[in-house]
Each structure stands twice: as C-alpha cells, then as structure tokens.
Design a binder for this molecule. Structure first.
Ligand code: KG4
Ligand code: ZN
Length: 344
C-alpha cells in the first residue's frame, strides 16, 4: 500500500501544503507566497507573516488534498515543520497540522526544516550514504554530513550572516527588491570579478564560513563611491560579490567531500537555485570528485515548500519518530555538531 503524507510548511514567508507519495513522488505542492507583502519592508515582518499563514493555511490544505485527489482517510500521516523559523509562523502550521491529525486520527511527524531542504533531493534521486549536503538559504549556511538515513550532523556553518542573507543585504544597497539573490545572480552573469572582495576563511582549517566581512566591504565600497559621486559598474559589483561567495562555498564543500569520502553531494536551500554556484560545482566535482554524484533539487523545490517536508517526514516515519499533540515550535532547532568537527 502507498504511503501518503500530508505535509505542512509555514516557517517563514511561504504557506505551503503538499501530499507526498512514498517519500519521493509529489501529488500536490501548494505554495502561497507572501513575498509581495514583505517586499516594501525589505525583509520578512514576522507579524505580517503569521497573519498571512492564518489566512492561507486552511485553503492550502483543501487545495493540496483536492489536487492530489486524496481523501483524509487515505492519508498515512501528517507532517509539519517544527523549526527552525519564525516562532509565530511555525505555530500556525503546527496548530493546523495537529488539529488535522487529531480530527482524522492520523499520526503526527515534526520535521526539521533544514532536513526538508536536503530531502528535496529525493525527488530527483535516491540518497546514497554517506552523503554531504551544502545547505545555503536565507537563514542558514551549513555543511551537513549524512552518515546514514535520517542522521544529519553539522561539520561547518556560518559564524555570522547566511549566504542568502548577504545576497539580500547587498541587494538592498543596490536598490534591488527583496529577496535579491536571483537578481544578483542574473547581474553577475553580465559582469566580471573586477572588485576582488575578500574570501573569508578560505584557507583556514575549518569548514565554517563568514560572510559579514564581504558584506561590509561591498557596502563600504558602494557608500564611498556614492560620497565621491563615482560611478560603479553594478554588474561587475554583482559578479565580484558572487565570485567571492562561490569561491568559499565551493572550496570548502569539495574539501569536505574528500575528507568524509561521500558518495553524493546534495546542494539545497534557496541559494542552491544560484546558476553561478551550480555551474562552478558541476565543473569542480567533475574534475576533483569524479566518483561523487552531484544532486541539485529542481529549481522550484529549492525555496521553501511543503513537498520537501513530506520527503523528510517519510524517513522519520520509517524510523518511527512520531510526535504527540504536545509538539511545539522550536525556532532555533539545529542539527547536532559532528564530533570530529569540534577539534578543527
Ligand atoms: O531556503 P529559502 O527559500 O528560505 C529560507 O529558508 O531562508 O532561501 C531564500 C534565500 C533568499 O536569501 C534569496 O535571496 C536566496 O535564497 N536566493 C538566491 C537565489 N534564489 C534565491 N540567492 C542566490 N542566487 C539565487 N539564484
Ligand atoms: Zn528554507
């Protein structure tokens, strides 16, 4: 019999509900984006996000079931993002999922949002272990080691800004609307790395990252030019910024794949949609890691969505990791640190 999971995601600014079959087939994946409401504030406003989730969640559940042509009694479980994310936003999804599970007598599964991003890879390929995930989103930049199914361990992470956050902050200085990662990626393709921004911690013996120095260099350069009434080439600025981010991400990721002897490299999170990063990783893995399979989730599954939560939940279900109705939001939920990384 098929396993059918109704999955709910509401950790940030997308209300999303999906029906996922056997952990790797999407029957529906409804995504109600709030980006338009947050754009004018230059970032996500938590109160506004929660309000939108309340308005949308019921419709999203109805639409996800209707599009999948699945009745509640045919479902195997209800999954929901329990963290990390905005506490108010998370609570809306959790409350809806709990109510639905209770009303229909279904098991409940709380899912780590970041495991969801990684498991979006399941829609294109079976994950073979050990694997490594480069998780790059608006809130996170992490290298995650997956020794076996359902185990996620951090070997390196950002010490300050996440990669996506840096994209959004420098985009703001260029007058781009939020979120600006995609726009900077497009501009970067029309420019050259002429400004040579710093590559933080590139050669240090750690898998940790830092992007705040790069962000400050970028902002200072733009402000100084504005004060002197100098013209800067915006495409070259974007290309220089992007080259700096990608150099560090690629170098550390390749090194980690070699050290941890992984079979697959999964690149996930919103910044995994970056064309420059995709191209550089494809070339680098082909040359340096010919035996490692590189997996990018499809572009539309790189951003926040509930299908990825369903894919991760299917693994939790296999391992009988269920939650009860006391399930609560955990805004700073994190994977454990890999012990070997502590000494680095
Ligand atoms: O994973 P995600 O949808 O939400 C979080 O959980 O954070 O990631 C959103 C982030 C934003 O910072 C956005 O600017 C960035 O992903 N992003 C990109 C691209 N597309 C989205 N960054 C660089 N290049 C892109 N093409
Ligand atoms: Zn996310």
């Amino acid at each position: 019999m098929s396993e059918l999971i109704l999955a709910v995601e509401s950790s940030c600014d997308e209300t999303s509900v999906a029906v996922v079959k056997n952990g790797s087939i999407i029957l529906s994946n409804i995504i109600a984006s709030q980006i338009k409401s947050h754009e004018r504030f230059g970032g996500v406003v938590p109160e506004v996000a929660s309000r939108h989730h309340v308005e949308q969640i019921g419709y999203c559940i109805q639409d996800a079931l209707a599009e999948a042509k699945v009745k509640p009694e045919e479902l195997s479980a209800v999954a929901v993002t329990k963290g990390p994310g905005l506490v108010g936003a998370l609570l809306i999804g959790i409350t809806a999922a709990k109510s639905f599970a209770w009303a229909h007598g279904l098991p409940l599964i709380g899912v780590n949002h970041m495991a969801g991003h990684i498991c979006a890879a399941r829609f294109v390929q079976t994950i073979h272990y050990p694997a490594l995930a480069l998780l790059v989103s608006g809130g996170h930049t992490e290298l995650v080691y997956l020794p076996s199914e359902g185990t996620y361990e951090i070997i390196g992470e950002t010490r300050d800004d996440a990669a996506g956050e840096a994209y959004d902050k420098v985009g703001r200085v260029l007058g781009l609307s939020y979120p600006s990662g995609k726009k900077i990626d497009e501009m970067a393709h029309k420019g050259n790395d002429t400004y040579h921004f710093p590559r933080a911690m590139l050669h240090e013996n750690t898998y940790d990252f830092s992007f705040s120095g790069l962000k400050s260099s970028f902002i200072n350069l733009v402000h100084n030019a504005q004060q002197r009434d100098e013209q800067l080439n915006e495409n070259d600025l974007a290309a220089s910024f992007q080259a700096s981010v990608i150099d560090v991400l690629v170098e550390k990721t390749i090194r980690a794949c070699q050290e941890y002897q992984v079979q697959q490299l999964i690149v996930a999170g919103g910044v995994a949609a970056n064309q420059g990063l995709r191209e550089r990783l494809q070339t680098a893995t082909k040359i340096m890691l010919p035996s490692v399979e590189l997996i990018f989730p499809p572009l539309k599954l790189c951003g926040d969505n509930a299908a990825m939560i369903g894919a991760a939940a299917s693994i939790e279900k296999k391992q009988a990791h269920f939650s009860d109705l006391t399930l609560n939001a955990d805004p700073s939920l994190s994977f454990p640190l890999y012990k070997k990384a502590e000494g680095l």
